[in-house]
Write a protein that binds this ligand. Structure first.
Ligand code: HPA
Length: 266
């Protein structure tokens, strides 16, 4: 990991205030950035291989809403077989590069019947339904970590309040809710969706937890937004990654605008 951090730090043209991880099909958010520098992840020796389509596989540095942003256009998912540490790499890089905030974005399935495909949801809390091996949580923790109260710590509620307010002031619809992290690689069965709904989740996805948990541990403030790409509870036949990317493409202009407003206010 040290050599990866060193490579990115050597390339970095400036100091980022904010780091942003872009979810499936959401990478084009950086099209609005100015003064863009691009580092292909494949040019970084030892960097995990990103195999999922819809993730360009670049690290970018540029200006967005007047702020220096380090963006990960491509995510390292555990469902691709990567370890917790690998999936958390963007947070370690963000911390090493001096970012003070990690903004995580993802594509998610809506569980709450009030959420429609195309909605954008500010994550207020997380459900991690299954006990994770301890090494998933905090690989270098010297002691066991309490589960109780664990999720409340993950999202910076002040940043979330500010994002909610700036969206309202800008007239951009933004829902709020709880995100359930599942490991994948399969989408959920209907029974699992009912289970997650009862556990308090509004949306479900296979990312975000590793990076925001690690970011918090590294002392960064965290904020996360889901793009609802499908209705998880009524998945008609078979939900595919292509369906998710198609919906992400449709909501991308609104999503980009929301992120610009949120970033301008951070
Ligand atoms: N389930 C899990 N992950 C997802 C979904 C879903 O329905 N949609 C987008 N990512």
């Amino acid at each position: 990991m040290k050599s990866i951090l060193d490579t990115v730090a050597r390339w970095l043209p400036g100091t980022p205030e904010i780091a942003m991880v872009l979810g499936s099909g959401l990478g084009a958010v950086v099209d609005e950035f100015t003064d863009l520098s691009v580092l292909p992840m494949s040019d970084i020796p030892g960097f995990p291989t990103i195999s999922v389509s819809g993730h360009a596989g670049n690290i970018l540095f540029g200006a967005c809403s007047g702020k220096n942003v380090l963006a990960f256009q491509g995510r390292i998912h555990m469902y691709e077989g990567h370890s917790w540490t690998e999936a958390s790499l963007p947070a370690h890089i963000a911390a090493e590069c001096g970012a003070r905030i990690l903004l995580s974005t993802n594509a998610a399935g809506g569980i709450n019947p009030l959420l429609d495909p195309g909605d954008l949801m500010l994550i207020r809390d997380l459900v991690v339904p299954f006990p994770l091996p301890r090494r998933w949580y905090v690989p270098d923790s010297p002691a066991p970590v309490a589960r109780t109260g664990f999720t409340g710590f993950l999202i910076d509620q002040k940043l979330a309040d500010d994002a909610r307010d700036v969206a309202a002031e800008s007239g951009l619809p933004l829902r709020q809710g709880t995100y359930a992290f599942v490991s994948g690689p399969t989408y959920e069965t209907r029974a699992e969706i009912r289970f997650l709904r009862r556990s308090g989740a509004d949306a479900v996805g296979m990312s975000t937890l590793p990076e925001i948990l690690t970011a918090r541990k590294c002392g960064l403030r965290t904020i996360a937004v889901s793009a609802i790409t499908n209705v998880a509870s009524t998945v008609p036949e078979i939900l595919t990654h292509e369906d998710v990317k198609d919906q992400a493409r449709l909501l991308l202009p609104r999503f980009s605008r929301l992120l610009r407003e949120i970033i301008s206010n951070l």
